[in-house]
Design a protein around this ligand. Structure first.
Ligand SMILES: *[C@@H]1O[C@H](CO)[C@@H](O)[C@H](O)[C@H]1NC(C)=O
Length: 414
């Protein structure tokens, strides 16, 4: 008994304080060492390179360093392994930050969570994963957050549209999947979508289907209104739409031989009533719209473990980017929603304001520089009459640009 208590008590204590399990965490805070933890796929020979970078503007030069895509129009494929775990009976939280500082036109910003069996050096776009989550942008029509679950070998997209952020700042993306088969998506620690897995993905066939035996009866009348059978077209209804203008007179100089026979111009007949239509009455046989009766779908069987995966073992960035520059940072995989929120606050939360400020200052400096250049260009504009010859003009412009480029370093020294 006493011995059993020795084991049980610490266990109880652990349950009560509910220490969060952190399965994976990556902040890139140890310089080049990340390259030991992240494996580049060899599936293709020309994957784009990730560099460790805080970007052009940031909240904290060291803390904001993350993996940045550095080459345009490339596929990227890196992944990092952690101790395999299952989310059975546990909440799963996947969280990371994404910063599209390049003003992204088209490119992925999502992560994939793979089962532990993944061969990292052979990872590619079709490698089987459990969950894919995060923003994806391609032109104005595609600006969404993917939440894709693999279920029995099929990748299932969410049936709802979740918009992602498309500005140049760092944003925090969080996916929570709970053992009661509910989920939540947060951006910047605010809920943007939630619900349950069965409703928002096509994991299972529908519970109800239309009864294949049921048919609409032949005599089912769905017309709410019908023509009034009593209504008859009045005898004097028909009138031509156009008539000769009764006020028109043949011009005095009209020459029948030269101009042909004179005919008055045609005008709209004020008595024309258009097409006759009988008036409408309520249909005495109206039965309303026929509703196809539903039955329980024999194909349906519930599954209370839609959320569940046997193993998670690798997180990967498997992306295509047209314009590179996206920075990924602050990865966290845990079983604790509150811990994830706290961690988001301590990372994204503490640097976002300073990042914004730095960007605003840079924008202001750029604006001033542009103004000065515009002013200078105006002053240097040749005062003589413009030459009409386009070629000459072009040459002159080219020369001006060259001159400006030469002057630029001087300005920086001042
Ligand atoms: C995170 O920060 C927000 C805003 O300051 C705050 O409301 C929230 O309670 C914080 N969450 C945690 C878990 O500390």
């Amino acid at each position: 008994m006493a011995q059993a208590a020795l084991f049980v008590l610490p266990l109880l204590a652990a349950l009560c304080t509910a220490e969060p399990s952190v399965y994976f965490k990556e902040e890139f805070s140890d310089g080049d060492a990340w390259a030991q933890r992240w494996v580049e796929s060899k599936h293709k020979g020309d994957y784009g390179k990730f560099t460790l970078n805080a970007g052009k503007f940031y909240g904290h030069e060291e803390k904001d360093k993350g993996l940045q895509t550095s080459q345009d129009a490339r596929f990227y494929a890196v992944s990092s392994r952690f101790d395999s775990f299952s989310n059975k009976d546990k909440t799963l939280v996947i969280q990371f930050t994404v910063k599209h500082e390049q003003n992204i036109d088209c490119g992925g910003g999502y992560v994939k969570l793979f089962p532990s069996g993944l061969d990292q050096s052979g990872m590619h776009g079709d490698s089987e994963y459990n969950i894919m989550f995060g923003p994806d942008i391609c032109g104005p029509p595609t600006k969404k957050v993917h939440v894709i679950f693999n279920y029995k070998g099929k990748n299932l997209q969410i049936n709802k549209d979740i918009r992602c952020k498309d500005d140049q700042f760092t944003h925090l993306y969080t996916l929570i999947v709970r053992p009661d088969n509910t989920y939540e998506v947060k951006i910047d620690n605010s809920k943007v979508e939630s619900g349950n897995l069965e409703d928002d993905w096509d994991f299972l066939p529908p519970k109800k289907i239309k009864d294949p035996e049921a048919k609409k009866p032949e005599d089912w009348d769905e017309r709410a209104k019908i023509d009034d059978p009593e209504d008859k077209k009045p005898e004097d209804w028909e009138k031509p739409e156009h008539i000769p203008d009764p006020d028109a007179v043949k011009p005095e100089d009209w020459d029948e031989e030269m101009d042909g026979e004179w005919e008055p111009p045609v005008i709209q007949n004020p008595e024309y009533k258009g097409e006759w239509k009988p008036s409408q009455i309520d249909n005495p046989n109206y039965k309303g719209k026929w509703v196809h009766p539903e039955i329980d779908n024999p194909e349906y069987s519930s599954d209370s473990s839609l959320y569940h995966y046997e193993s998670f073992g690798v997180i990967g960035l498997d992306l295509w980017q047209v314009k590179s520059g996206t920075i990924f940072d602050n990865f966290l995989i845990t079983d604790d929603e509150t811990h994830a929120e706290e961690y988001g606050n301590q990372t994204w939360g503490v640097t976002k304001e300073a990042e914004k400020k730095m960007k605003e200052q840079q924008d202001e400096e750029d604006r001033k520089k542009q103004e000065e250049e515009d002013q200078k260009r105006k002053e240097e504009e040749p005062q003589e009459e413009e030459d009409d010859d386009d070629e000459e003009e072009e040459k002159e412009e080219e020369k001006e640009e060259e001159e400006e480029e030469e002057e630029a370093p001087l300005k920086d020294e001042l």
